[in-house]
Ligand binder design. Structure first.
Ligand code: CA
Length: 376
């Protein structure tokens, strides 16, 4: 995919269509009539669902995950269930995905929970927490043991008539693109950086300015100096966006997105009407897509890191430990501001933090100790 097409396929499109006017027309396409856990499943009934996504249609890896889910569900159900995918702006703009699925414009959606902080402050903890868990640790919180993280996620979404599913993970992202070196925390003072979510608040605590820039405008804003720095995803997406042509220094690690969790969401009423075997097929398919995305990000990022090293003059730089330690303190303060104002966030973060502490103690002797043995 060329850079122009890539930008075109970017996230959170802007074609506005009223949600309520779409509900009735979309419901006509839904042929489901069975009730949950029916002992006599009627295999002649077909279910034609729709999924709207935060991403542009076929957006590399993230948008592709929706297509994969659709293909898997159709094959696994022998064609009894089909899910038609709509990219951002085709039915509703990407940023209305949560509302669209909540009211039943579509039965499913695809995106990430941190886009819905305005709906529930606790939503952010199911995508990315600065200095938070990595993909492996987060999956363990959501899927392992008694699925404590997943139960909390369901609890947060239930008032919105939604049920969440794991939809992949980006892995640890890169720290971002700069045109000056970051040698100490004061180098962030006055810096205008595109960095979303909770991390934006952290940057502001460090004296910088978090600027909200849509995907399609990141490159030109950085090139023209409208922003001084930006983060995006990792070598694959960053290279395709051409960021190596607009900045000299490529910093790591992505302290702000240590394993960003993606999601599928389903309308709870539609979900309850689905027969139990199809529910299991959807659930199993989401976990399959989840595993695929983690693998795909690692595969593509490793490949494009080599391309960046070989083809460009970009300098790869590690954030100095003093800068990371200062950002860690600012992160704790930013999170404290959320959890002291919102009980549900407090409950979710407590569980998150307990799990992280437990897993870090284990990872210290295993993943970390092993990574320390890696020699170039
Ligand atoms: Ca990012």
């Amino acid at each position: 995919m060329k850079r122009k097409e890539f930008i075109k396929a970017g996230i959170l499109g802007t074609t506005a269509i009223g949600l309520t006017s779409l509900v009735s027309s979309c419901n006509q396409d839904v042929k489901s009539s069975e009730t949950i856990s029916s002992p006599n499943i009627n295999f002649n009934n077909s279910y034609n669902w729709r999924m709207t996504t935060v991403w542009g249609k076929n957006f590399p890896v993230l948008g592709e995950s929706a297509n994969k889910l659709s293909q898997l569900v159709e094959r696994m159900s022998g064609g009894r269930m089909k899910i038609k995918i709509y990219g951002s702006g085709e039915l509703v703009p990407g940023y209305e995905t949560f509302d669209a699925v909540s009211v039943g414009v579509t039965e499913m959606g695809c995106g990430a929970s941190y886009y819905w902080q305005g709906k529930s402050p606790a939503a952010v903890f199911f995508t990315a927490v600065p200095f938070g868990m990595n993909a492996q640790q987060l999956t363990s919180w959501l899927v392992g043991g008694n699925q404590e993280g997943y139960e909390l996620w369901k609890e947060v979404y239930e008032p919105f008539n939604l049920v969440p599913f794991l939809g992949g993970n980006t892995g640890v992202q890169m720290g971002g693109w700069f045109n000056k070196e970051i040698k100490n925390i004061d180098d962030l003072v006055g810096l205008k950086m595109r960095i979303p979510g909770l991390a934006g608040k952290v940057l502001e605590k460090a004296g910088g300015a978090a600027i909200n820039v849509p995907a399609g405008e990141i490159f030109t804003n950085l090139e023209r100096g409208v922003i001084d720095a930006t983060e995006w995803v990792g070598p694959y997406h960053d290279y395709k966006l051409g960021l190596h042509k607009a900045a000299k220094y490529y910093y790591y690690p992505g302290w702000h997105e240590t394993g960003s969790q993606m999601e599928f969401i389903a309308n709870l009423d539609a979900w309850k009407k689905l027969p139990s075997d199809l529910q299991e097929i959807v659930r199993t398919a989401t976990l399959s897509v989840h595993s695929w995305m983690i693998a795909e990000f690692d595969q593509k990022n490793a490949e494009y890191l080599e391309i960046i090293k070989k083809e460009t003059d970009v300098q790869l730089k590690e954030y100095p430990i003093d800068v990371l330690n200062a950002l860690r303190i600012h992160s704790k303060n930013a999170i404290n501001e959320i959890i002291t104002k919102d009980n549900q966030s407090n409950k979710v973060y407590k569980s998150y933090l307990n799990h992280q502490a437990k897993l870090n103690s284990w990872s210290e002797l295993t993943e970390k100790a092993y990574y320390n043995t890696i020699i170039d």
